[in-house]
Design a protein. Structure first.
Length: 523
């Protein structure tokens, strides 16, 4: 049987009656020309059409930023207005493409377009990682960081070699005792710390104060354990998202004066402020970010400060000179959090693109990407924290997971379904027996190495109104602390292990501890 489409064709071809239309009477016009030079079109017109075609090909090969902040920055670099009346982001990007096309045409008037397109395509493929020349200040900072971190790494590894000799049964008994202490944590105090949501809580190094930030732009210092208000630091005009204490601040055996830099904060207006403990106005202002500063973090040496921003960059600052040493790009969306490892050689960054990156501060290279087909987060990353071992880092995400990544193995080494909604913050316990920041444990009466308590557990804050405590050896949930009536935005644990502090959208700061006020290092 003939196919219907074929049958229709035959029937139409055989039909002689076209409603009075005789196909043979239709004239055939063979007097036409293909447009082109010397073929029925003026040479000038042909040249113009060819130039227009080549211009469009050139424009298609030029890489134009998709982020509007970068588009504005490039327009400013070209000396052009960053915006025109009634111009939207798409129009602005098209205008930048047109300007770059004109510039490329002027710079290379005789370039063969085919070769140029191939070269530009090859450049686009390699655009993912590139390097720009830094100044002498950045070079010196990289040298200083290398000289600072190498001895610390050596000291840490020496202790880890001793720690590897500890029998497994000793570790099991030791961790069981710690879990029993953590199960005794209860709510010990609550304080309203402003008229807006609490966004950040961080213990001072001596554990006797808590610095809090709120959506109203205030940074408040509270006493521990009374949570009485001590001082309000004023300067931010937008939400305070990041707070960090200077290493050694408030500790008697460190040379950090209360009149010098003790604290740093970042706000929604894009500024980073450095504070002392004796005045309520900033000692210094670090300006450069184009959008909200989400987190700030001091380098373990105290000489440098990192800031993460929604302008898709993180920056490294010299604390003493307040100079910007490095503007680091690499994320496709806003960078929400940064964290230094204990050696001071690596920095982890992560944010709204759901991807984390680990950077070697001594060379500027990316050494690991915290992502994977099945291992990575599927929603933005809000929290980062390095473990005391120097090679593992935690990420906390809006997908409800806390994941652990091992730099040595270059892949994920663990994961916790930590909360039923977004995880806003995560902190690893860094104790007084940390081999780099404290006094490492010695040996027992038989000469056997004692295990350390630092790094044995972690705490997380969730939008499910909970603060959770997890064991760091088997990732098991030890206890959930309930009491907040809204999402918990931040959490921290004191170095002596006595206290856990949290702050949330219910405008309260809550202090958690054991009823006997004992910590990890009390008998």
């Amino acid at each position: 049987m003939m196919h219907p489409s074929r049958r229709a064709y035959v029937e139409e071809a055989d039909t002689e009656d076209r409603g009075g239309l005789d196909l043979d009477s239709i004239p055939i016009d063979r007097d036409y020309d293909i447009p082109g030079a010397g073929a029925g079109i003026a040479p000038e017109r042909a040249s113009a059409l060819l130039s227009q075609f080549e211009r469009k090909r050139l424009a298609a090969t030029i890489a134009v930023p998709t982020d509007d902040v970068r588009v504005r920055a490039k327009l400013r670099e070209l000396g052009e207005p960053i915006t025109l009346f009634g111009e939207g982001p798409g129009d602005r990007r098209d205008r930048l493409r047109e300007l770059l096309t004109e510039q490329a045409g002027q710079d290379q008037p005789d370039v063969d377009m085919k070769d140029a397109g191939e070269d530009e395509a090859a450049a686009d493929e390699q655009e993912e990682e590139f390097y720009s020349r830094g100044g002498p200040e950045l070079l010196q900072a990289r040298i200083d960081i290398a000289q600072y971190s190498i001895p610390r790494a050596k000291k840490r590894i020496e202790f880890q070699k001793k720690e590897a000799t500890i029998p497994l049964r000793t570790h099991i008994k030791f961790r069981k005792e710690i879990k029993e202490k953590l199960k005794g944590f209860e709510l010990q105090g609550s304080q309203t710390a402003g008229e807006r949501h609490i966004s950040m809580t961080r213990f001072s190094p001596n554990g006797e104060m808590v610095a809090t930030g709120n959506w109203g732009g205030q940074v408040k210092l509270l006493d521990v354990p009374s949570l009485e208000h001590k001082r309000t630091l004023r300067g931010h005009t937008g939400k305070v998202s990041g707070i960090a204490w200077m290493p050694g601040s408030t500790l008697p055996d460190h040379n950090v004066s209360p009149d010098s830099a003790n604290l740093a904060s970042g706000g929604a207006e894009g500024q980073v402020y450095v504070w002392s403990l004796t005045q309520d106005t900033p000692l210094a202002t670090l300006s450069g970010h184009a959008q909200r500063v989400c987190r700030v973090e001091f380098h373990p040496s105290g000489k440098y400060l990192a800031s993460a921003s929604e302008d898709t960059s993180w920056r490294l600052w010299d604390v003493e000179t307040t100079a910007e040493l490095l503007l680091q790009e690499g994320h496709s969306r806003g960078v929400y959090t940064v964290s230094f490892n204990t050696d001071g050689s690596l920095l982890a960054s992560a944010g709204l693109d759901s991807i984390g990156r680990i950077w070697d501060l001594r060379s500027g290279r990316t050494v690991m990407i915290l992502d994977g087909h099945l291992d990575g987060h599927i929603k933005p990353i809000y929290g980062l924290d390095w473990g005391p071992d120097g090679h593992r880092v935690l990420t906390a995400s809006a997908d409800g997971w806390v994941k652990c990544w091992d730099v040595r193995k270059v892949h994920r080494s663990g994961g916790i379904g930590a909360h039923t909604s977004a995880v806003a913050d995560v902190r690893w316990f860094k104790g007084l027996d940390d081999p780099l920041e404290g006094i490492p444990p010695g040996e027992d009466e038989n000469g056997n190495q004692l295990p350390k308590k630092s790094g044995t557990f972690l705490v997380s804050a969730g939008f499910d109104h909970k603060v959770n405590i997890f064991s760091a050896d088997d990732w098991a949930l030890v206890q959930s602390l309930t009491g907040h009536t809204g999402p918990v935005a931040s959490v921290d644990v004191s170095r002596d292990g006595k206290w856990i502090v949290s702050g949330g959208h219910d405008r309260t700061v809550k202090l958690w501890g054991r009823n006997d006020s004992s910590g990890m290092y009390d008998a």
